[in-house]
Write a protein that binds this ligand. Structure first.
Ligand code: GLN
Length: 274
């Protein structure tokens, strides 16, 4: 539907009505240009893409000192949302194992959380095209490097991981019944340092970022072995093909126009901390 205005006076009448609906921008526009056609889009509610994430997972999603969220995923979904025509992209922080339930109950529209596309998850949500290739690795204390030259040597030892992640599942296979699972990865890292476990099983890019960027990684090292091949996807509610198509199209545009590469360079080509 379009609202056609036939005189300047009538444009102002529309404009005042719109102001009462809270759309002050449209008022300014109508008043300045007088007679014009107001498209459905200009009178529609501003559309917000509600995105769930778990924001303690640098460099993919984490909080700045002021509490605002940032990281590779956060910048990527903001850019995709813009491409897809959303007026706003709201990134909401929640526990990792609460993300899929939140999408199933429509509290959020989509998830970007360094989330691996797995068969199990794909029964409950639909995933976009993969946007990042990842895999698991294990962090140990430097002082144990000789004791654990490879992941096999860690079998049966106490391991730490984040609840509901592929890291936790793999840790459980290595050391059945001996996995301490935490809400966030930083808690798992701290437990390793406190010698509450012998290794942390986690996505490699996050492990590498922790080792190269965080002072808290002092005394920690990585076993040089990649355990799995995983791909991250952006999730939508099962059957929400309309949104999925928009996200895939946005992702493709950003890959084609160089924006994806820019964001990638920014977050994965960092100088080591020292
Ligand atoms: N990629 C892992 C998974 O999907 C970890 C994700 C995360 O902790 N944010 O399970």
């Amino acid at each position: 539907m379009g609202l056609e205005c036939v005189s300047r006076g009538r444009a102002l009448v529309f404009a005042m009505k719109l102001k009462f609906n809270g759309l002050f921008k449209t008022l300014a526009c109508a008043a300045a240009f007088g007679c014009m056609s107001l498209s459905a889009a200009s009178v529609a509610e501003a559309e917000t893409l509600r995105v769930g994430t778990e924001a303690t997972y640098a460099p993919f999603e984490f909080a700045n000192a002021d509490g605002s969220l940032t990281g590779f995923d956060v910048e990527l979904i903001r850019a995709i949302g813009k491409e897809a025509g959303y007026d706003d992209v709201e990134v909401i922080n929640m526990p990792f194992d609460g993300l899929i339930p939140a999408i199933m109950t429509s509290q959020i529209d989509t998830i970007i959380a360094a989330m691996t596309i797995t068969e199990e998850r794909a029964k409950r949500v639909d995933f976009s095209e993969p946007y990042y290739t990842s895999g698991l690795s294990v962090l140990i204390l430097e002082e144990n490097a000789a004791k654990y030259p490879n992941v096999n040597a860690l079998k049966g030892q106490a391991l730490c991981a984040q609840i509901g992640t592929t890291g936790a599942m793999t840790a459980e296979k290595l050391s059945p019944g001996k996995v301490k699972a935490f809400n966030t990865e930083p808690e798992a890292f701290m437990e390793l340092k406190a010698k509450g476990c012998e290794g942390v099983v986690n996505d490699r890019p996050i492990n590498l970022y922790f080792l190269s960027q965080s002072d808290a990684s002092e005394g920690v090292t990585e076993i040089n072995e990649i355990l799995t091949a995983e791909k991250y996807g952006i999730a939508v509610r099962k059957g929400n093909t309309e949104l999925l198509d928009k996200l895939n199209a946005g992702l493709k545009t950003l890959r084609d126009n160089g924006t994806y590469d820019q964001i990638y360079q920014k977050w994965f080509k960092l100088a080591p901390k020292d």
